[in-house]
Design a binder for this molecule. Structure first.
Ligand code: XIL
Length: 398
């Protein structure tokens, strides 16, 4: 297996010092002044540079990062925007929260809208950050035109053309691609565990292999990843789903389909059961196939946890501590990304669902920075977990 290309501090400094990034950045509307700022970072967020998550993670051979919204980056040279600053300082790897999904990229069956993704790549290049692609094939966030346009006749070509055009455009610049997202759904009752998704209905179960094989052709460098949720715990439901995910990965591997990693989303609950032996042995099973593991969408939901912000913060930090303490010692776990960086922008405060809204009306605090960009207890729990992994430095190939 390839070793993840960790940026050394020298490489990071070189990237940050670059003063001109050429036409690509100009097209993306990105000025090169960002590397010189900001100057007036509030004292309370002085967890930058050597004190940052990415620096502590790098010392343990890990990438640390978060999901981002490229439209929120303030790229004007004099800006002191806390979102932009915090993402630049804390993350060595970024993933688009929505910008690389079909619904964002495909305004019509024949057109592509890449401007936000180009902006993301420009920002990452300026800050020496890697990028995860999310995602190429999913049953959700398909464009409105999809249902009326996709047929059994054209679905194969819709999928493969999309993958060629999207993964091909950014080929060589992507750390890992979530090629297929959330394909397993045990309640759908199939023996292969596959979800009854539009892709399954239109193409059949081979859509998974087609997606991976096409992604490998479009970008031979990216680590091709299968990403899923609710596979973390030892509850009967999650154990069953995790088992089906493992079977799927084994099937793909046995057939020589290019797959290099598994993404464990890790949307966890503050007061639910904790992850344990089942997930640990899953990660080890995946390692025997030579696959890496990424924690891809970590956040801690407190909708069902009564109490003050302090009570929430301490419960959330406890879950970060326990979860990363369990997973980071596994040598094939190579990246930890939270689903957002600050409580100012988290899907858990955006969607008004039973599983997100707190009865007391308070906002959730699921991430390492609060809505004022002050590091939360979760930040320090994460950083401590990275520090605890330092003696295990993941420098060797698995
Ligand atoms: C979520 C985004 O955070 C929301 O903004 C959007 O409205 C819905 O999707 N699993 C995934 C992510 O793979 O793409 C989802 O992101 C969260 C669950």
């Amino acid at each position: 297996m390839r070793v993840p290309s960790q940026l050394t501090r020298r490489e990071f400094a070189r990237a940050a010092a670059m003063s001109s990034l050429g036409a690509g950045l100009a097209i993306a509307g990105i000025s090169s002044g960002w590397a010189r700022k900001p100057k007036n970072t509030p004292e309370k967020s002085r967890v930058d540079g050597p004190l940052s998550l990415k620096t502590h993670a790098a010392a343990a051979g890990l990438l640390a990062g978060c999901a981002v919204v490229p439209e929120l980056f303030d790229l004007t040279p004099a800006s002191n925007d806390p979102y932009t600053h915090t993402v630049a300082q804390q993350a060595s790897i970024l993933v688009a929260e929505n910008a690389m999904k079909w619904s964002s990229l495909r305004p019509s069956p024949t057109t592509y809208e890449f401007s936000n993704v180009d902006r993301l790549f420009g920002f990452a290049q300026l800050n020496g950050q890697q990028i995860r692609g999310h995602n190429l094939c999913w049953h959700e966030q398909l464009p409105a035109w999809f249902a009326s346009t996709a047929t059994k006749e054209n679905a194969h070509s819709l999928l493969t053309q999309h993958i060629f055009n999207v993964a091909g455009r950014y080929a060589g610049r992507v750390h890992s691609w979530d090629v297929v997202n959330e394909a397993i759904h045990v309640p759908d009752g199939r023996s292969d565990g596959l979800r009854k998704s539009p892709w399954l209905g239109l193409i059949g179960p081979e859509y998974v292999e087609i997606a991976f094989a096409t992604a490998a052709q479009a970008d031979s460098k990216a680590r091709l990843t299968y990403n899923d949720y609710d596979i973390e715990l030892d509850t009967p439901e999650q154990s069953a789903k995790r088992g089906q995910v493992l079977m799927l990965i084994r099937r793909l591997h046995a057939r020589g389909i290019p797959i290099h990693a598994v993404g464990i989303q890790s949307h966890l609950q503050a007061n639910g059961p904790r992850a344990g032996a089942g997930l640990q042995s899953f990660i080890r099973d995946v390692a025997t196939l030579g696959l890496e593991v990424y924690i891809t969408e970590l956040d801690i939901n407190t909708h069902a946890l009564p109490g003050s912000p302090e009570v929430q913060d301490s419960a959330v930090a406890d879950v970060y501590r326990q979860y990363l303490g369990l997973l980071l010692p596994e040598p094939n776990v190579r990246a930890v990304l939270t689903w957002g960086i600050s409580d100012a922008h988290t899907w858990l405060n955006q969607s008004k669902q039973l599983w997100t809204v707190r009865p007391d009306g308070a906002r959730q605090r699921p991430l390492p920075f609060d809505e004022n960009y002050t590091p939360t207890a979760a930040f320090f729990a994460m950083r401590d977990a990275f520090d605890a992994g330092r003696h295990l430095v993941k420098s060797s190939a698995i």
